[in-house]
Ligand binder design. Structure first.
Ligand code: FMN
Length: 206
């Protein structure tokens, strides 16, 4: 039986457009997968350790085949717990607003913790490879503006491009999405409704 982790990267609660779209996906998925477990977490409420001094040294020591000091060991235990928790799921849902053309800093921090050599990313003679297998993700995007192909600011979208890249980097390549764009522009309600409908459709075959 699949286990789903639903991560919200918006702190805006019931006002969040990305959460509304992701909620529609999760509700539909639950309807077609009765009994499946869904764990919901908001990245702005989760305890996330800063990825600082001891943790960076611990990471570099792993990369260079060295051991850990006592402080590094302690700091690394928290990192390992977050990675193991993430890896225990096989379905992921992300609600991701665009913030300054990228993703909110709490989501970036979460991936800084998750992406570790030997845990989620391996290295061989060809370079890096993602270590996660048989996982799927759905991402609900929202933004104030519109960034479609042919748009003059098309290249400013470092939100969906980064999410796709970073999920692929750890091995999650089966990724679908729905986008609530132009949430600060006229016509917002119709575009959000379209994204909600698309999310529910995608959930049926997920
Ligand atoms: C800190 C911050 C930065 C933002 N930066 C952008 C941006 O670069 N481009 C954009 O189109 N919208 C931007 N917005 C607008 C949000 O993407 C938009 O309001 C979206 O609906 C927020 O997602 P949410 O409703 O799920 O919280 C920004 C909003 C905030 C709070």
């Amino acid at each position: 039986m699949s286990r789903m982790l639903y991560l919200k990267a918006s702190p805006r609660g019931s006002r969040s457009h990305s959460v509304a779209v992701a909620d529609a996906f999760v509700e539909q998925w639950k309807a077609v997968n009765p009994g499946a477990e869904v764990v919901v977490r908001n990245l702005f409420e989760m305890e996330l350790p800063p990825f600082d001094g001891d943790r960076i040294m611990a990471k570099y020591n792993i990369m260079h085949g060295r051991g850990h000091s006592l402080d590094e060991k302690r700091a690394w235990t928290e990192v390992e717990a977050i990675i193991e928790d993430f890896k225990s799921f096989d379905r992921y849902v992300f609600a991701v607003p665009m913030w300054n053309f990228g993703v909110p800093y709490r989501l970036k921090q979460y991936f800084d913790i998750l992406i570790q050599p030997g845990y989620t990313v391996g290295m061989n003679e060809k370079g890096y490879f993602g270590m996660l297998e048989d996982k799927k993700a759905f991402v609900a995007y929202s933004s104030g503006g519109v960034y479609g192909a042919g748009n003059p600011v098309e290249t400013y979208d470092y939100q969906s491009t980064w999410m796709r890249m970073i999920l692929g980097f750890i091995g999650i390549t089966d990724v679908v999405s729905a986008e609530a764009r132009g949430m600060l522009l006229d016509g917002r309600d119709a575009r959000r409704s379209d994204a909600v409908v698309q999310a529910a459709e995608l959930a049926r075959g997920f």
